[in-house]
Design a protein around this ligand. Structure first.
Ligand SMILES: Cc1cc2nc3c(=O)[nH]c(=O)nc-3n(C[C@H](O)[C@H](O)[C@H](O)COP(=O)(O)O)c2cc1C
Length: 342
């Protein structure tokens, strides 16, 4: 099950409702949770959960317990939103980023829909502090009973912002050359692997996504370097997202992510983006990918694995209720999709 933000936490604390939602989906081979903040300054959306405090870690325990009781496995997705944030979500502070370059787009903040502000460029020593926040997030995830963590390197959030030169114009050791721009990503991976070993760590990347105005002058060189460097950590997997139909409409630098980057990576690759049972089986049979993850189909089908096994019809997603409902009925569109046997 691919990571999916659902915005049902209360003041960054995971709830029993979230435990129920994830437990309903425990028959997925591996659940990756929604993106989860590693610090108060990494808060991109209202009602996102965090993993930087003991209270948050304790509350996550009810989620991991519920999934484990049903025989499932669950990784926490560690996340820093960087420039995709708004002062109303950050106690009035400016969002931070590699460089003072605003992302393209709008955000649903605590103050309603807003344009993304120009962020504050991080000082060099602050970058190391954020690496330590990821390390602490991994420690807290272990305390909370997670089987591992996935680093959120996709969609124009902080790790991606450092990697691509459209958002990184730094002149210190974190900017300029590809080696320098990949340094933050690799330092975070190293820190998190020191906590729990590479076999319990994954990372998700989206080399073709132009979401939030992301771009790079040479995406093939940038991402192939980063992916090749990841070999040394013997990770559980790298999770590569294919372009969405929207990306393809706007034009992407890399149309076929898996086939482009497979030659650079020796370990397991999870492929993601627009798969159904048929397409998923086909790609596994070719050996091009080792695993397939499903996002949207899991929103509406808690028993997706059973449905695939039985070739049963799928429930459709109601997109109106994905993040919340007009009356804040948090159950609706979240834990009320029917199982086959109901
Ligand atoms: C509602 C929703 C929330 C998402 N939130 C996240 C997220 O928190 N972290 C992430 O890496 N990807 C997120 N994604 C992207 C999915 O993980 C996945 O890459 C995408 O939906 C494509 O897979 P699919 O075609 O199987 O849905 C989200 C997608 C959806 C639909």
């Amino acid at each position: 099950m691919a990571p999916m933000t659902r915005l049902r936490a209360t003041n960054s604390i995971p709830t029993s409702l979230m435990a129920k939602y994830y437990a309903q989906r425990a028959s997925a081979g591996l659940i990756i949770t929604e993106c989860t903040m590693v610090s108060p300054l990494s808060n991109g959306y209202v009602n996102c959960p965090g993993i930087y405090s003991a209270e948050q870690a304790t509350a996550w325990q009810q989620v991991t317990d519920a999934v484990h009781q049903k025989g499932g496995r669950i990784f926490l997705q560690l996340w820093h939103s960087g420039r995709i944030a708004h002062p109303s979500l950050l106690n009035g502070k400016l969002p931070v980023a590699p460089s003072a370059i605003a992302a393209v787009g709008t955000l649903h903040s605590a103050a309603g829909k807003v344009n993304l502000d120009t962020p504050r460029a991080l000082a060099t020593e602050e970058v190391s502090q954020i690496v330590e926040q990821f390390r602490q997030g991994a420690k807290n995830a272990l305390e909370a009973g997670f089987d591992g963590v996935e680093l959120h390197g996709t969609f124009g959030y902080l790790i991606d912002q450092f990697l691509q030169d459209g958002s990184n114009q730094r002149t210190d050791r974190y900017g300029g050359s590809i080696e320098n721009r990949a340094r933050f990503l690799l330092e975070v991976v190293e820190a998190v692997c020191e906590v729990m070993g590479g076999q319990s760590v994954g990372i998700k990347l989206s080399p073709s996504s132009t979401f939030y105005g992301m771009h790079d002058s040479n995406p093939l060189a940038t991402f192939s370097y980063a992916i090749e460097q990841l070999n040394r950590f013997k990770l559980a997997y790298i999770h590569l997202m294919e372009p969405t139909e929207d990306d393809l409409k706007h034009g992407t630098a890399i149309d076929a992510v898996l086939s482009t980057f497979r030659p650079f990576y020796l370990g397991s690759i999870v492929t993601n983006g627009g798969y159904d049972k048929f397409k998923g089986n086909r790609i596994l049979e070719t050996g091009a990918a080792d695993l397939v993850s499903f996002g949207k189909p899991f929103i509406a089908n808690p028993d997706l694995a059973e449905r695939f096994a039985m070739d049963a019809p799928l429930n459709n997603v109601n997109f109106a209720n994905i993040y919340s409902t007009s009356d804040r009925d948090l159950d609706r569109g979240y834990i009320d999709y029917p199982f086959l046997d109901s």
